[in-house]
Design a protein around this ligand. Structure first.
Ligand code: SAM
Length: 332
């Protein structure tokens, strides 16, 4: 019988997100402080062998989905090899990627052939100058090329992730939806989260789930059919857009505590296992896999950590305990 990783609140943890680099070629103002630079040496970052062993141990414990994220994961040398080694682990059936798509044009086909079945692409504006400003230097033309190559490669579903911000891109909600429909892909609007100083500052531009849903419904009057959420969907409320290939949704970490359905943990590029995006708790799995601990001992450590997974995030009430985190280090 398949193992299951269940925490003390009865939640089944089936999803691991791995950040494979702290580096990013974009510097989105809500994600990273302007002056933030990763502070790590090569040996600080999980090696191929570390990643493979950790994923195998999680798979033995019952995890089936592993998302590859960053920083910008496509900047990591060996990204195709990492995709292959994660997707080849017994029990891992779903290996999505989160990317800004700047380099996806070059990698989409190779990644798809090596186990990346689907992709989430961050895109907060379709207007070149505005896109450049939000990302502090990004090039929308490269992202468009990345989206087209992901479609051509056969990745599915492809989801666009838009962080919706008042006075920044709230006038583009409709055109971003139309763009997704035109491409036959999905789109999600994300509430800003107060993580790290950049995220805390950007919370001044926060738009609530309620307001986002109202704009979406007004734009797509009578054309939305709610999608029943499945265990692996995560925290989005989603709708199929009738007579299209697309769906639209809102990810509302702030308006809603979806923590009771949280099914995930996060591994940073430096090998820290983070149990909750909105709480400080973590343990170092890098130290564990580089020690002489047996597989069984490390699995016991992981189970023990999962058992300490907090009941819920606290970013509505306490921001201080997560203000020194950089979203780019945790992987979103
Ligand atoms: N570079 C990749 C990308 O662009 O998707 C992966 C890492 S990025 C940190 C993952 C996701 O986190 C992106 O969709 C980004 O928009 C989101 N994100 C970063 N900071 C955020 C914040 N303060 N609030 C909400 N979402 C945030």
């Amino acid at each position: 019988m398949k193992n299951k990783l269940i925490d003390k609140f009865g939640r089944e943890i089936s999803y691991l997100r791995i950040s494979i680099t702290e580096h990013c070629n974009y510097r989105c103002f809500y994600c990273r402080d302007a002056e933030h630079t990763p502070n790590c040496k090569r040996e600080d970052i999980l090696s191929y062998e570390d990643i493979q062993r950790i994923v195998r141990l999680f798979a033995e414990l019952g995890i089936s989905k592993v998302r590859v994220t960053g920083g910008e994961p496509l900047l990591r040398r060996g990204i195709v090899k990492i995709a292959k080694l994660i997707s080849s682990v017994d029990g891992i059936t779903d290996v999505p990627l989160s990317t800004n798509a700047h380099l996806l044009g070059k990698f989409a086909d190779k990644l798809f052939k090596n186990g990346i079945n689907r992709v989430n692409i961050s895109i907060d504006s379709l207007i070149p100058e505005r896109f450049k400003e939000i990302t502090r230097g990004g090039d929308i033309a490269e992202v468009m090329n990345g989206i087209d190559e992901a479609i051509k490669a056969g990745m599915s579903p492809i989801k666009l992730n838009v962080v919706a911000m008042r006075g920044v891109n709230d006038d583009e909600i409709e055109s971003l939806i139309d763009f997704a429909i035109d491409k036959g892909i999905d789109i999600r609007f994300i509430e800003t989260m107060p993580i790290g100083n950049a995220g805390i500052e950007a919370s001044a531009q926060h738009i609530s789930e309620k307001e986002l849903l109202s704009k979406i419904t007004q734009h797509l009057k009578g054309k939305l059919t709610p999608i029943a959420s499945s265990k692996t969907d995560g925290p989005a409320s989603s709708f199929k857009i009738d007579n299209t290939q697309s769906s639209v949704g809102v990810i509302s970490a702030v308006s809603n505590h979806f923590c009771q359905t949280c099914n995930r943990v996060r591994l940073t590029a430096k090998g820290d296992l983070i149990l909750c995006l909105g709480q400080e708790d973590s343990i170092s799995l890098k130290d564990a896999v580089r020690s002489d601990l047996s597989d069984e001992a490390i699995k016991a450590m992981i189970m023990n950590a999962i058992n300490k997974k907090p009941e819920k995030h606290v970013f509505n009430s306490v921001v201080d305990n997560i203000s020194n985190r950089q979203m780019a280090e945790i992987g979103g």
